[in-house]
Design a protein around this ligand. Structure first.
Ligand SMILES: Nc1ncnc2c1ncn2[C@@H]1O[C@H](COP(=O)(O)OP(=O)(O)OP(=O)(O)O)[C@@H](O)[C@H]1O
Ligand SMILES: [Mg+2]
Length: 236
């Protein structure tokens, strides 16, 4: 297994939000983390990425424990993180957004060119300020920025929230291509999970800061199954 979270607890100061989360992702696998608002999905991503310290448990990546590393080191180990909010530099152009994250690498220009080749929609808008992009374009830029470091694991926190079905399909297609190249993906979703469920292998349900169950993603696509699950959740 490339990546394993075991018994992880974390939170904000005295407030514990995650109470022993477990999650595994293999190379080239797409795993979904599904859960209602406030379940702790973003807290989990922040903890893995090193922005919040894990109070308990282990986070193993490629055989070493990365649980107490600062964000830059987690990133250098090969973990790419696309936060839910504020995930681009709004005042910079598309190209400068990519340039700024590429500065850490000796082959910066090649890395930027490679990403622009993969996403022609960004190449067209290279000179445009990020603040003027559409929602879908901005999310594409955020994912592209994470790809500059050429990660082995990609954490995507609700990358298609509020976006049109056509774009959700596009993003799922791109992410499937990345997985086919061997990248492991964790895709966090709250609403409209159908398309990513189709492309993923397993789904973890996160509720109240706990991973309460694990499913074969295909099973959740059976008629009525998702509704049943999310209603159960609401009744609790
Ligand atoms: N910076 C913070 N300081 C204190 N508490 C926080 C902070 N950020 C989040 N929380 C709390 O942690 C809990 C989990 O929040 P989190 O953002 O991880 O949920 P989520 O599953 O990502 O929800 P959403 O679907 O709305 O994005 C919530 O109760 C929230 O109020
Ligand atoms: Mg969130």
């Amino acid at each position: 297994m490339l990546f394993e979270v075991a018994g992880v607890s974390s939170g904000y100061g005295k407030v514990t939000v995650l109470h022993g989360v477990d999650l595994k992702v293999d190379r080239g696998e797409i795993v979904v983390v599904l859960g209602p608002n406030g379940a702790g999905k973003s807290t989990l991503m922040k903890t893995i990425a090193g922005h919040l310290p894990a109070e308990a448990g282990s986070i193993t990546f490629g055989g070493s424990n990365i649980a107490r590393l600062p964000p830059q080191q987690v990133s250098r180990c090969g973990v790419g993180y696309v936060p839910q909010d504020n995930n681009v530099f709004r005042e910079l152009s598309v190209r400068d957004n990519l340039r700024i994250v590429s500065l850490a690498f000796p082959d910066a220009k090649q890395r930027v060119d490679k990403v622009l080749e993969r996403f022609p929609i960004l190449a067209e808008r290279a000179a445009q300020r990020a603040s003027t992009l559409s929602g879908g374009e901005r999310q594409t830029l955020a994912v592209s920025s994470a790809l500059i470091a050429q990660p082995e694991l990609l954490l995507l926190d609700e990358p298609t929230a509020g976006l049109a079905p056509l774009f959700i399909g596009q993003m799922v297609e791109w992410v499937s291509e990345l997985a086919a190249e061997g990248i492991a993906v964790v895709w966090v979703v709250e609403q409209s999970p159908e398309k990513i469920l189709e492309a993923s292998s397993r789904t973890y349900l996160l509720e109240g800061g706990r991973t309460t169950s694990e499913f074969d993603s295909k099973e959740l696509l059976e008629p009525g199954r998702l509704q049943e699950l999310l209603l159960e959740d609401r009744d609790r």
